[in-house]
Design a protein around this ligand. Structure first.
Ligand code: ATR
Length: 281
């Protein structure tokens, strides 16, 4: 590991791989972490074409690269590719962080921990004993369920447009006391302490069909997406009187901070980085 003062050594190289990748905020975030913690490193963004993932990782590793973040659509492929997986990567079925260590390629997943830390540390939204509704049952939701369950909420309901996927995902975690899956109509008139939108609906400006009765004046609503403007889900939550309405920018920075910690052994202070990324949106 090179430090700020090894002027002759080549900086340790890291990168994020995905497709598309040009709009990735990860290089900006990791450069800010490196400055803040006085670590000397390079972090780049690498666009990888379909079918080219293994080759791209092999090339990066052969050139001396120390670690990778993996984003859409390669997280599952990365899971298959690595030699070893952390417990949270196993649970997530996806890898977003790779470390190359003594010839071994180790996969981890920091998305769930990023979400939980953003909620608890940055927004004072605790999960213990809470009734939680998660919208969506794709990879984004699978990735966060393990760390969320570890906080001991009283229940998590996964609601999805395709009900079968929610049922399958809930069953996989085998926590019938705490976790169940359903379609949107089955949400009925229950209200929740926390509603998390993990669907891809916000990307298209769509709103998942959640009854407004799911929101009480104590409900926190969180969209895993973020943008310059509030998402349609966030606008809906505000309109129906949610106590707090949050976007996923903090989760993005927190998952990056956990990757940085895995690689460098130092935990950056995320608050100023969240503020600067927000200002640059
Ligand atoms: P990701 O890996 O980002 O989670 P994904 O696996 O394609 O992506 O999952 C996308 C999720 O968003 C799914 O839960 C999907 O619902 P279906 O399983 O029924 O397809 C959900 N989704 C996408 N567009 C949606 C919309 N317009 N309304 C409600 N749910 C939507």
């Amino acid at each position: 590991m090179s430090s700020l003062f090894d002027f002759d050594a080549k900086p340790d190289a890291y990168a994020v791989m995905g497709n598309p990748i040009s709009h990735s905020k990860s290089p900006l975030i990791h450069a800010a972490f490196a400055r803040q913690t006085q670590q000397r490193l390079d972090y780049s963004a690498i666009q990888v074409d379909a079918g080219g993932f293994e080759q791209a990782v092999g090339n990066f590793r052969a050139s001396g690269g120390k670690g990778l973040n993996i984003t859409v659509p390669f997280k599952q492929e990365a899971w298959k590719f690595v030699d070893e997986r952390s417990e949270r990567a196993v649970q997530a079925g996806a890898v977003n962080t790779i470390s190359f260590d003594d010839g071994c390629c180790i996969g981890d997943n920091t998305d769930g921990v990023g979400l939980v830390r953003d909620l608890i540390e940055n927004h004072s939204v605790g999960l213990a004993g809470k009734r939680i509704l998660i919208l969506g049952a794709g990879g984004a939701v699978r990735g966060v369920l393990g760390p969320m369950l570890a906080q001991q909420p009283s229940k998590i309901v996964i609601a999805n447009r395709t009900e079968e996927k929610a049922l399958t995902l809930a069953n996989e975690f085998n926590r019938r006391d705490q976790l169940r899956g359903c379609g949107f109509p089955a949400i009925d008139d229950q209200s929740f302490d926390l509603i998390i939108n993990g669907t891809a609906a916000s990307l298209r400006g769509d709103l998942p069909p959640v009854p407004a009765t799911a929101i009480s004046n104590n409900t926190c609503c969180y969209d895993m997406m973020y943008g310059k403007m509030p998402t349609v889900f966030m606008a809906w939550a505000s309109k129906h009187g949610a106590l707090k309405v949050l976007d996923g920018l903090g989760m993005l920075v927190e998952q990056a901070a956990e990757s940085f910690f895995i690689w460098r052994g130092i935990r950056p202070d995320t608050r100023e980085v969240i503020a600067s990324v927000k200002a640059a949106l």
